[in-house]
Write a protein that binds this ligand. Structure first.
Ligand code: HEC
Length: 168
């Protein structure tokens, strides 16, 4: 009985190899495109959905669970994500993205940083609400008032723990 199994395994292995070989052959190396990155241009809506929204939510859970070291990390992630967006989309409908972002988010980000350093849940809640208002202020001023952000209610990342892993 061993032999047929081995034959079967070899057949599967060969079948797996064929498409790989075919792909390699149909895409001859080309000096100009070999090192080029895929040409993907995410929109503002893509970047908001991918880079901003999940971090805004996670930051809330971090503060809510008083997981201050993770909150500090996630605040940095969120701030840097906005910086990268201003580089990817420097102008939105002829407006300077960096200027608008900094005008609405600098103060709430600083307030959040202060709350996290002070490890103060009440201060965090107030600062988080201010950040959420800043999200909506930008949406309203850029004609996207229908994108309404709120303080999250329920856990939306069921595979991630937001409580501190160990007391600190
Ligand atoms: C610099 C201004 C600006 C700031 C600040 C901003 N947004 Fe946005 N956001 C936009 C714009 C503009 C759109 C619409 C993009 C489009 O579809 O072209 C958008 C769209 C979105 C969307 C997409 C909605 C959907 O249903 O697809 C989400 C989610 C979002 N923003 C979340 C946030 C959150 C959360 C914050 C705050 C932490 C925030 N945004 C702060 C400008 C901003």
């Amino acid at each position: 009985m061993r032999r047929p199994i081995r034959t079967f395994a070899v057949a599967i292995f060969s079948a797996m190899c064929v498409p790989t070989i075919a792909l390699t052959e149909s895409a001859p190396p080309d000096a100009s495109s070999a090192s080029a990155q895929p040409d993907y241009h995410p929109s503002m809506g893509d970047l908001m959905t991918m880079a901003i929204q999940p971090r805004h939510i996670k930051l809330y859970y971090a503060g809510d669970r008083q997981n201050w070291s993770y909150a500090r990390y996630e605040l940095g992630e969120l701030r840097n994500a906005f910086v990268r967006i201003t580089r990817t989309i420097p102008q939105y409908h002829a407006l300077d993205t960096a200027n608008i972002t900094s005008a609405v988010t600098d103060a709430p980000f600083d307030a959040l940083a202060g709350a996290i350093e002070a490890r103060d849940p009440k201060q965090f809640t107030v600062a988080y609400a201010r950040l959420t208002q800043a999200c909506n202020a930008c949406h309203q001023s850029l004609n996207h008032a229908d994108v309404v952000i709120k303080v999250p209610a329920a856990d939306e990342f069921p595979d991630q723990q937001f409580r501190p892993a160990k007391p600190h």
